[in-house]
Design a protein around this ligand. Structure first.
Ligand SMILES: Nc1ncnc2c1ncn2[C@@H]1O[C@H](COP(=O)(O)OP(=O)(O)OP(=O)(O)O)[C@@H](O)[C@H]1O
Ligand SMILES: [Mg+2]
Length: 591
């Protein structure tokens, strides 16, 4: 199934390469039969017919030159499709990796994916390049050279093939051992790469906590195991080749012991015996490579399976084939009993949330750490899909919208911003750079002053994950990224903590005015700061994944609850007087 799907999509379209390669391979094998036959004629004419010897020598010379050309061409024609398949596979995998969602990445480690795209790819290339070449080569060699040998002398042919078959059995055992060791070495390499990757990402933390020795020890242990596997592999590999030589010498021995008397009895000419020696030498490698071929197919097939898991992973796009149109206006979001549990966990991160987020309004989200604020935003932006029937725009379930359409309409500044090792401008634009708009966005994100201090301003390369920037600068670059494109839904996850209050107020106002076609976007603003929340139209208060209160800022500070407590701890002003019969939170919805 996997193989069929792969061949149909990647190999069949390259059939003309293989056909041309096959033609040249046929010529190569035809010449491989013709040359020894000419040799036989030449040898038998030695001393009797000098003219025939000269003609034979001349023809053999010409054919030898032709072999160089056709053999090289046949190899190029078979190996090129291998590279082409690899090229297309890599492109397709990358494309898929850009589409897959966190549920996939939480199951597969980065190092593992990298190893699939690099190591496994080598085996698949071997399968369609070398593998394809050898299958046809062995078939043609047996069909042409083998047939000619049988024609010349069946008895001698069978006798000489015997050592080859025994050699093949030994070789096969060696190849199996190699296969097992190679797989082990692949897994160990994956694990080593993962360790290096983890260290690179956290090297500063390792140094800060003096954990170098522990990390080093773990790495050395795995590295040692990796080396030992490879040394064993080298042993197996080095014994295989001499074995091949031994099989060849045994064949020559048989030829001399059995063929010699045949010549004396006149059943075989000397020339034919010489031709036999050449035939055997030519058949030896293709036959021995049968064992190799089994391994190439096995490894190729295993690797194909591993690549297949990425290539055909299901991106979570549960919308039907005919997604509903997304109206180009700021959306009003209706949450109906929204619960969400991360895969593999038991406790829901969001629990039965029912609320309406009005169009074109700014909605604050408040809650203690771990209360589910970021999760709520991730579910609304469909980083993780909400369960069906829980989030609606008007009457439409957001799962029925085209995902790209939905995201194209949304600007997100996540809590932990990610910057690529590229220039600030490229990080802001995330695509074709419009310098004018980048300037505006960085100005609005209060980054202009910082840019002046950077060596190359907008063209400064920020280093791995933005390491060259301060935490606040990184956050503001992410804000500029969200400001760069007009959106109808804006989602800011606790990103205003890196700016002073005045800038914070200005940023909220700016975000509130950058909707598409000049409309006021719907904005979700997670914050711990009361000064930011005070500027919102409506606040949702979360606690342990539940919506425990909601209302306008002024309503919330006027009734007891976590919000009022937080407000009082951040303000020295006296708390507003509570009415004596202060009602507990009434579900309140702003339209
Ligand atoms: N990717 C994830 N996989 C599994 N569990 C997660 C994941 N992200 C968050 N959680 C869990 O979900 C719960 C809510 O986390 P969330 O990040 O939404 O909290 P938060 O309110 O944003 O907190 P903070 O104020 O610290 O940012 C936590 O218990 C957390 O452990
Ligand atoms: Mg959070």
């Amino acid at each position: 199934m996997i193989l069929l799907r792969f061949f149909k999509r990647y190999v069949v379209p390259l059939w003309h390469w293989y056909l041309a390669g096959l033609a040249f391979l046929f010529m190569t094998n035809w010449l491989a039969v013709e040359i020894p036959l000419r040799m036989a004629v030449g040898v038998d004419a030695l001393g009797t017919d000098p003219e025939a010897v000269r003609t034979a020598a001349f023809t053999i010379g010409l054919m030898g030159l032709a072999v160089i050309a056709v053999r090289s061409l046949s190899r190029v024609l078979f190996f090129t499709p291998g590279r082409l398949v690899e090229f297309r596979l890599k492109n397709d995998i990358f494309d898929m990796l850009t589409k897959l969602q966190p549920s996939f990445y939480s199951k597969m480690k980065a190092g593992d994916i990298v190893s699939r795209v690099s190591n496994d790819m080598t085996f698949v290339r071997a399968l369609v390049g070398f593998g394809g070449l050898q299958v046809f080569n062995v078939t043609l060699a047996l069909a042409l050279t083998g047939r000619m040998m049988m024609q010349l002398n069946p008895k001698l042919t069978l006798m000489t093939l015997l050592p080859i078959v025994v050699g093949l059995a030994f070789m096969q055992a060696g190849v199996f051992a190699m296969h097992r060791l190679t797989r082990l070495s692949q897994t160990q390499l994956s694990s080593l790469s993962d360790r290096i990757l983890a260290l690179l990402q956290g090297v500063q933390t390792v140094q800060d906590f003096c954990a170098e020795a522990a990390f080093q020890q773990r790495f050395e242990k795995e590295n040692l195991e990796f080396m030992e596997t490879n040394i064993r592999l080298a042993w197996v590999r080095s014994t295989i080749l001499p074995m091949l030589g031994l099989a060849g010498s045994t064949c020559i021995y048989v030829l001399l012991v059995v063929g010699g008397p045949m010549v004396q009895r006149g059943e075989l000419t000397v020339g034919e015996l010489v031709a036999f020696v050449t035939f055997v030498a030519q058949l030896l490698w293709p036959l021995m490579s049968l064992g190799w071929l089994v391994s190439v197919f096995q490894r190729g097939y295993t690797s194909l399976g591993r690549i297949d898991q990425v290539l055909y992973a299901e991106p979570e796009k549960p919308e039907g084939s005919n997604p509903s149109d997304l109206p180009r206006v700021p959306p009003a979001l209706h949450l109906k009993n929204l619960s969400f549990t991360y895969p593999g966990l038991e406790t829901p991160a969001l629990h039965g949330i029912t609320a309406t987020l009005p169009a074109g309004k700014t909605i604050g989200v408040y809650g203690r750490t771990g209360s589910g604020k970021s999760t709520l935003l991730r579910v609304l932006t469909r980083t993780w899909n909400p369960p069906a029937g829980t989030v609606f725009i008007g009457e439409t379930d957001i799962l029925d919208l085209d995902l790209d359409d939905w995201r194209g309409n949304t600007a997100v500044a996540p809590q932990v911003p990610f910057l690529f090792s590229d220039t600030i401008a490229a990080n802001v634009a995330m695509g074709p750079i419009d310098p004018e708009r980048v300037n505006v966005a960085t100005f609005q994100a209060a980054l202009s002053e910082d840019l002046k201090a950077l060596p190359e301003g907008l063209n400064t390369v920020v280093g791995e994950r933005g390491i060259m920037l301060s935490g606040g600068q990184r956050q503001r670059t992410a804000l500029a990224r969200a400001l760069y494109r007009p959106a109808n839904l804006i989602v800011l996850d606790d990103v205003l903590s890196a700016v002073d209050q005045e800038t914070e107020q200005r940023l909220i106002d700016t975000f509130a005015s950058i909707g598409q076609d000049g409309q006021q976007p719907t904005m979700l603003l997670v914050s711990h700061r009361m000064s930011a929340l005070a500027r919102t139209d409506h606040v949702l208060v979360l606690d342990q994944g539940k919506l425990v209160d909601q209302g306008s800022h002024s309503a919330l500070i006027n009734r007891p609850g976590p919000y009022r407590d937080a407000w009082s701890s951040q303000h020295e002003d006296p708390l507003p007087e509570l009415p004596t019969d202060a009602a507990l939170p009434a579900a309140e919805v702003v339209q």
